[in-house]
Design a protein around this ligand. Sequence first.
Ligand code: NAD
Length: 505
Amino acid sequence: MKTADAAGTSRPEFAIPARIPSFIHGQAALCEAGYDIPVINPATEETISHLREADAAQVDAAVRSARDAFEHGPWPRMDVDQRKDVLYGIRDILRANSAELGYLETMNTGLTLANIERHIERMAKNFEFFAEVISTVSGETYTQDSRYLTYVTRQPKGVGAMIAPWNAPLALASMRVVTCIAFGNTCVLKPSEYTPLSIYRMVELMHEAGLPPGVVNLVNGRGAVTGTSLVSHPEIDMVGFTGGTETGKAIMSAAGKALKPAILELGGKSANIIFASADLERALDGALTGIFANNGQQCLAGSRILVQKTIAEEFMQRFAERARNIRVGDPFDSATEIGPLCYRGHMERVLSYAEIARADGARVLVGGERAPGFDRGLYVLPTAVHAPSNRSRVAQEEIFGPFATFLSFDTTDEAISIANDSNFGLVAYVWSDDLPTVMRCSRDIRAGTVWVNTPMMRELRAPFGGFKESGIGRDGMNDSLHFFTEAKTTTIPLTDIPVGSFGRG
Ligand code: NAD
């Protein structure tokens, strides 16, 4: 580990509100009798603000605002061009305020500022992309019986409950929100209680850009209080959730009881398969990026690294050398590659897997403990272990930190079988210059996305989501359209066709 040089630190300063309320019908809404949750800077563990939790009554007010905006407001009835203009306006205002958003998100997540700058651009692109998608939406016509014209239109579904996690707050909450509202729906957003800072500002800015009140309401609070009140509210028409698999199951059950459709983007334990036929320099860079980007806290991490036996030992040694060289430190320092983990309970959980690995007979290749040299902050050393089998807990459970699990294999069949031996199926990475090997992996690996010789290229038009316990449904151009709209079929006779003769005698 290298400690980042403080000389590279450029810490902008923006005001942090002392208390973060909810935001309902276009204005701040502070729950009177609410419960306050400390908001922490993980680089120091200092309390930098307090979140005022929304209770069931406040969630009800937020849902009613969204319902009112859907039933009576301009948003669902606007011409597409007008709605597009608002979405482009949101893109522009978010970009114009990127320094402030970057500061708030870095202060609250511990992700490096350089990383957050990419998230902010992704957030802006999410609004731009869905503005473009809605321009392409068209209907269908059918004339199977030539005496009738049948046409199909797509209409917004209603009010969405949109729930987001803490690991990339702006990028992921903006995706949840825009997939819903672009098609004319309204929503209530509940971000993670750990990372409310930047999201509150994002929602304020969306309104400054001309979003009508009630289209996006924000409720802040814990999942068990604010989240459950939101998902089970009778006026919610659909649920969009990005977060952990166990939470996803609870949300799906609650939504299912009221027959509400849910799109779930959940966890992963994705295989990163490195064949001897790969460009090994590129694969090494890809393996390190796949597990250590975003402080290792990402659903699509390549956290199970499967290496062909003939090259495994050398590859693992080189990986460990590079991991030892990673600069852990202040997330505002431009030299830092990994910042602190998001909150103490999470850091302790990540570290507990080093003990679990040792107890399971795994070899710790590098790391496995807190990073030395910090008198405060939630810093963890980049870690890699060589697991004795794919059945080990470190090979099966999502750790969600800078923690790589290595496994080795002999044949392509074996690699695919290990890759598929998981409850998850979000993404897979394949490194090989041998076309038949690549094609076999692409066909047979049970994952929503397969990246070949490249890590984490996100094509927004294409579906993104998981097989198995990694999720239900997909984000993407056509998939979001289908989830967030209802198809309506209308049939009209083209001539004067008799409709029956009941009671004519
Ligand atoms: P989490 O499931 O603990 O929480 C996610 C959100 O759900 C938070 O806002 C939380 O308050 C809320 N919540 C918790 N219980 C709830 C309930 N019963 N009802 C309603 N809301 C509830 O997840 P997390 O720790 O914030 O995020 C990490 C997880 O998210 C990881 O598993 C990661 O893989 C997953 N993730 C998936 C994707 C994807 O696109 N597939 C993207 C990012 C993160």
